[in-house]
Design a protein. Sequence first.
Length: 63
Amino acid sequence: MAKDHGKQIKDDAQYEALRKKGMSKEKSARIANSPDASKKGGEATDLDSRTKSDLLAEAKKLA
């Protein structure tokens, strides 16, 4: 069970997990308090399945 870190930490379980990974208190708190932190990421496709032209087009969009 996650320890209660007070009202300054919104997601105690995530905060504790980040601290166990070695992150600083400040960085752990910033991540645990960010909105939608657990919903970000995980949408990228496998790079091996993309063609060179697909990768170049994606790189142009990001640049």
